[in-house]
Write a protein that binds this ligand. Structure first.
Ligand code: NAD
Ligand code: MG
Length: 381
């Protein structure tokens, strides 16, 4: 029996993680859950999985949930302290980080320090604090297991090849709903258009990130930290069918990749039971139905958010934090109908120009950079 805790249990990755728990009742036990404000679903989950602890970000929601769960033994906590308590729950062995954004940094660090393995979906954490998290995980002897489908595919393609040199990583991208569009066409796209991802059903923020291709930029940075490769060794390949989830090219030119249907439950399952493979009750990949797989170069001029990510990676220091924080704020504004789609990369580029540079930032300096970026954006947009 493996005890797990989940940050973001009511979201897309969180609910799919619980589906994996349902499929593996004998082997997985949920001990703690955290969510933002959806207490209706969180209460249902708490009654079904019987964790000893649940956290709700919003204080008023936490109070209400506490009242609703008073017939149970389940403790209800709130705010950052709540997230930290879930992340470090004494009985848990592995933490699934399925919350969105830089909010995940502190709980992830706390979990690593408490000796928990991390099933990492929350890529923004590695993008901004990878230089702190990766050495810390090594020091504490915990594993960072990727849940992002591309990184899981790369991780799977690395198995049995620890002593072989990687020539490059082929990081696949669907291209999102606007693949093939010109910049002029992007000027007129709506929020509704941007939320229609062709292959994956995901939370709103990552769906917009896929449409701008900023998601792929974040994933390039995530891959650098997870696999210790140079940015020049990470090649983004647009593959609209989302069947090849990414691949590794070795020195001899052999390309080893992982294929499957677009279903996040496979990477979640693999992270939870690594190094073992388990039965997944899901639709099987039917290559005859897929027919053909196609590959093309990304359009890095139209979708220049991807180029900005490589720039941020080259600049290093706190620049990836500026890139990420600016994107988080710009996407929130786009979701609120306050800015247009093409303003998202504009805001990122302007923030990268404006915000001060800091080499090798500490956690506090990362959070200061985030605050400075938000302040700058509020003053201009
Ligand atoms: P989502 O929006 O569907 O879910 C987010 C979850 O976080 C919800 O449970 C929400 O209640 C919780 N949350 C939000 N604010 C919170 C707060 N302040 N305190 C506590 N909990 C809070 O998001 P998602 O699509 O599941 O994405 C989660 C992470 O996984 C993101 O970093 C995303 O980039 C990454 N990811 C997602 C997918 C996917 O298929 N959805 C794929 C790869 C990576
Ligand atoms: Mg991905």
């Amino acid at each position: 029996m493996k005890n797990i805790a989940i940050l973001g249990s009511t979201g897309s990755i969180g609910t799919q993680t619980l589906d994996i728990v349902d499929q593996n009742k004998e082997d997985l036990q949920v001990v703690a859950l955290a969510a933002g404000s959806n207490i209706t679903l969180l209460e249902k989950q708490a009654r079904k999985y019987r964790p000893t602890l649940v956290a709700v970000w919003d204080q008023a929601c936490a109070k209400e949930l506490k009242e609703n769960l008073k017939d149970t033994e389940i403790s209800v906590v709130s705010g950052m302290d709540g997230l930290l308590a879930v992340a470090t729950h004494p009985a848990s062995e592995i933490l699934v980080t399925a919350i969105v954004g830089m909010l995940g940094i502190r709980p992830t660090i706390a979990a690593i320090e408490a000796g928990k393995d991390i099933a990492l979906a929350n890529k923004e954490t590695l993008v901004t604090a990878g230089h702190i998290i990766m050495p810390l995980a090594k020091k504490c002897g915990v594993s960072i297991l990727p849940v992002d489908s591309e990184h899981s595919a790369i991780f799977q393609s690395l198995q049995g090849n620890a002593h072989n040199k990687i020539k490059k990583i082929l990081l696949t991208a669907s291209g999102g709903p606007f693949r093939g569009k010109t910049y002029e066409e992007l000027e007129h796209v709506t929020l509704e258009d941007a939320l229609k991802h062709p292959n994956w059903s995901m939370g709103k923020k990552i769906t917009i990130d896929s449409a701008t291709m900023v998601n792929k930029g974040l994933e390039v940075m995530e891959a650098k930290w997870l696999f210790g490769v140079k940015p020049s060794q990470i090649e983004v390949v647009v593959h609209p069918q989302s069947i090849l989830h990414s691949a590794v090219m070795y020195e001899d030119g052999a390309v080893i990749g992982q294929m499957g249907t677009p279903d996040m439950r496979l990477p979640i399952l693999y992270a939870l039971f690594y190094p073992n493979r388990r039965m997944l009750y899901a639709e099987e990949l039917d290559l005859f139905k897929v027919g053909s797989l196609t590959f093309e170069r990304p359009d890095r001029e139209t979708f220049y958010g991807l180029s900005l990510a490589y720039d941020a990676l080259d600049a290093g220091g706190n620049v990836p934090t500026v890139f990420n924080a600016a994107n988080e704020r710009a996407v929130a504004k786009f979701l609120d109908g306050k800015i247009s789609f093409i303003e998202i990369p504009e805001i990122i580029a302007a923030s990268m120009e404006e915000i001060y540079y800091k080499e090798d930032p500490t956690l506090e300096e990362i959070l200061d950079t985030e605050a400075a970026t938000y302040e700058y954006i509020e003053s201009r947009w």
